[in-house]
Design a protein around this ligand. Structure first.
Ligand code: GDP
Ligand code: MG
Length: 162
């Protein structure tokens, strides 16, 4: 069956922009996958001959009680049905406490997590990624969802790894 990938991170980090790029269609709601509920946005894409399903989420604020409880239900379901979690952070904003809260929330699911440092266009990879190594999520993918930089390489790596 197709690999399911959930996009998680606080609001405004670029999840929906990445969703659109990975699916090339904002409205590609996937109707016939039993077990996937419909309160999140689903789309499909493929890399070469490998298809995948992407789940966009509304985002976690990470600001109160660790994680916004209303958002958490939706994100919890998305992560629960995912084979891999793409955790987006805003490279321009740098690491903020909300990212740390979300990281510790995500860790509890024991799913593979890939850290994506977004909004990186025009920045040196090592410089913009530097803040985020301390999250303990390994080498981040440094991408630009808006411009597409490194997005194909990222999704190829994730799919071949999961
Ligand atoms: P979401 O709330 O996480 O879904 O974030 P959105 O995808 O709605 O994007 C939030 C804002 O960030 C929008 O203004 C996007 O155009 C902008 N954005 C998203 N990706 C990038 C990127 O790679 N570079 C830059 N500069 N802006 C981006
Ligand atoms: Mg969004």
């Amino acid at each position: 069956s197709k690999t399911v990938i959930a996009l998680v991170g606080r609001p405004n980090v670029g999840k929906s922009t990445l969703f659109n790029r990975l699916t090339r269609s904002r409205d590609a709601i996937v109707a016939d996958y039993p077990g996937l509920t419909r309160d999140r946005q689903y789309g499909t894409g493929r890399v070469g001959s490998t298809p995948y399903i992407v789940v966009d989420t509304g985002g976690l604020s990470g600001e109160q009680e660790g994680v916004d409880p209303l958002m958490a239900g939706q994100v919890q379901s998305a992560i629960g049905e995912a084979d891999a979690v793409l955790f987006l952070v805003d490279g321009r904003a740098g690491l903020i406490p909300a990212d740390e809260s979300i990281a510790s929330y995500i860790r509890h699911f024991n799913k593979p997590v890939y850290l994506l440092v977004n909004k990186a266009e025009g920045h040196k990879k090592d410089v913009i990624a530097n803040d985020f190594y301390q999250m303990g999520l390994g080498e981040p993918f440094v991408i630009s969802s808006a411009h597409g930089d490194n997005v194909n390489e990222m999704i190829e790596n994730v799919l071949s790894d999961v």
